[in-house]
Design a protein around this ligand. Structure first.
Ligand code: PEP
Ligand code: MG
Length: 570
């Protein structure tokens, strides 16, 4: 039995299909088994393929984004020609008998380290280009480039570090469950699995993945974060029984679907779903969602080779708006960066991507992409109750700049005779501590807040949400996090606007009484969590929850808060 992090609830039982990791696994094979002539030929072939790949990327980028953006690929082509890269790898194959993979890895590691240590900033930045080109070569050499996964039968997909775009590409109809060596509860793979309603366990560690082979029978318990490889027949029977019990519990909760989320003393709350595309609408509605509290639009940009057009986006947004109308649909503008890379955007590799050009920062730096998205959202607004939300706001200027783009786009559209809703609520995600601390200042310029606890926790505690080694610090009930949440909600209410939460904490039944007591108005979560949170909220009194929240805020640590909440759950 292997313990990881439960990422999406439920029990899956089925054969494993192992996805190869995104970088070459071959590390140091030297000696007799290697034929230098063959390795040189493989390297030459990889070089040719990568040259064609980069040239195509440059051509497309130039066509769609302009020459300036395409220049990075010209630099990558030059890098590929540089004798210090492929030439040096060729020399290592010939003189030291290394495989092509090992030679490229070594050259890339050494060259990028040398460049990174230089005083000149321009040269230092070339280290990232070397790594980028190196990764393309390695992806080709190890056969992992653009690997498409085909499932012949229903299976549990296993990977070292499944990326969001790999996950988005998995064939959903045959996907029973997911298990990965890396990742945490709020990694985007976990989020995707939850919105698809597929049991998932992440953060199982490297040792685990080496134990699993294609075809092994796996039990994935996404609720407890457990994975069992090749259980014996008694174990299997016990797990099948639990799977059946879980199904029955799900059916019981489904009966709550049409009941309102209202506390025993009459406080009405809004329970909405987090979704990634129109494909998620059905599951969301079936779970009783009263709207969409977060449409993560980045998934429309992933799993493809070029930007989605305005019309493509418009159609996706309109489909969701229509499906929920008159209930609200909050469309979040593109949140790229961090762990969400979109290769064709040619984002520069950053040392600290979570602190870099992410989300609204990227949108403001690329008004062409931003305005196309805003046009699509505004056009969809006349088909339902659409609200717009900007991610990762850290400063008032960002809100003002984003709103200025929105207004300009609205004028363009109305001048062209397009229909746009008269009034559209504009809100921000509060997911950077600065925004929570300055919530009073931001509240006067927006219509709502939605607390992004996933990022708020990682930025407050300086603990990467994907890094299992600091997962012990990633703690929603840390007093610092609770104070920021309290501050955000109070500032919203003082300014007469509403406050919701769309981070994973909103879907945690343990947190429900606390968030209710703090005054949260809207809870947006993975569809699969809605029934259990609704059941919990309906069993609580707002007045008592307020008392509980006051006590929780006075406690010295997360452990004490958890104990208090667990006690109230009894
Ligand atoms: C969050 O940070 O809580 C959030 C909802 O946004 P994402 O998980 O997409 O970063
Ligand atoms: Mg976020």
């Amino acid at each position: 039995m292997w313990q990881g992090v439960g990422a999406a609830p439920g029990i899956a039982i089925g054969p494993a299909v192992v996805v190869k990791r995104s970088q070459g696994e071959v590390s140091s094979e030297t000696g007799a088994a290697i034929d230098p002539r063959r390795e040189e030929a493989r390297l030459a072939e990889a070089e040719r393929a990568v040259r064609a790949e980069i040239a195509a990327l440059r051509e497309r980028t130039e066509r769609e984004l302009g020459a300036e953006q395409a220049a990075i690929f010209t630099a990558h082509l030059l890098m590929l020609e540089d004798p210090a890269l492929v030439g040096e790898a060729r020399r290592l194959i010939a003189t030291e008998g290394l495989s092509a993979v090992t030679a490229v890895k070594r050259v890339v590691a050494e060259l990028s380290a040398t460049l990174a240590a230089l005083p000149d900033e321009y040269l230092r930045e070339r280290a990232a280009d070397v790594r980028d080109v190196g990764e393309r070569l390695l992806a080709y050499l190890t056969g992992t480039a653009e690997q498409e996964l085909v499932l012949k039968e229903p299976a549990v997909v296993v990977g070292t570090d499944l990326t969001p775009s790999q996950t988005a590409r998995l064939p959903k109809d045959k996907l029973l469950g997911l298990a990965s060596a890396a990742g945490g509860r709020t990694s985007h793979v976990a989020i995707l699995a939850r919105s698809l309603g597929i049991p998932a366990v992440v953060g199982l560690g490297e040792a685990w993945i080496s134990e699993v082979r294609d075809g092994d029978l796996l039990v994935v318990d996404g609720t407890q974060g457990l994975v069992l490889v090749n259980p014996d027949s008694a174990e299997l029977a016990a797990w099948r029984k639990r799977q059946a019990q879980e199904k029955a519990e799900k059916e019981r909760l489904a009966a709550l679907r049409s009941l309102p989320a209202v506390t025993s003393d009459g406080r009405r709350l809004e329970l909405a779903a987090n979704i990634g595309s129109p494909a998620d609408v059905e599951v969301a509605k079936a779970s009783g969602a009263e709207g969409v509290g977060l449409l993560r639009t980045e998934f429309l940009y992933m799993d493809r080779n070029e930007l989605p057009t305005e019309d493509e986006q418009f159609e996706a947004y309109r489909a969701v708006a229509r499906a929920f109308s008159p209930q609200p649909v909050i469309i979040r503008t593109l949140d790229v960066g961090g762990d969400k890379d979109i290769p064709y955007l040619g984002l520069k590799r950053e040392e600290n991507p979570f602190l870099g050009l992410r989300a609204i920062r990227f949108s403001l730096a690329r008004p062409d992409i931003f305005r196309t998205q805003l046009r699509a959202i505004l056009r969809a607004s006349s088909y339902g109750n659409v609200k717009i939300m900007f991610p990762m706001v850290a400063a008032l200027q960002e809100v003002r700049a984003a709103r200025a783009h929105l207004e300009a786009v609205r004028e363009e559209l109305t001048a062209a005779g397009e229909k746009v809703a008269q009034r559209i609520e504009v809100g921000i995600m509060v997911e950077v501590p600065a925004a929570a601390l300055a919530a009073d200042l931001l509240a006067s310029e927006v219509d709502f807040f939605s607390i992004g606890s996933n990022d708020l926790i990682q930025y407050t505690l300086a603990a990467d949400r994907h890094n299992e080694r600091v997962a012990y610090l990633y703690e929603p009930f840390h007093p610092a996090v609770l104070r920021l949440i309290e501050r955000t909600i109070s500032a919203a209410h003082r300014a007469g606007i509403w406050a919701g939460m769309c981070g994973e904490l909103a879907g945690d039944p343990l947190a429900a009484p606390l968030l209710l007591g703090l005054g949260l108005d809207e809870f947006s979560m993975a569809a699969s969590s809605i029934p259990v949170v609704k059941e919990r909220l309906r069993s609580l009194s707002y007045e008592e929850a307020q008392g509980l929240a006051r006590v929780a805020l006075s406690l010295p640590d997360a452990e004490a808060v958890r104990a208090l909440l667990a006690e109230r759950r009894e």
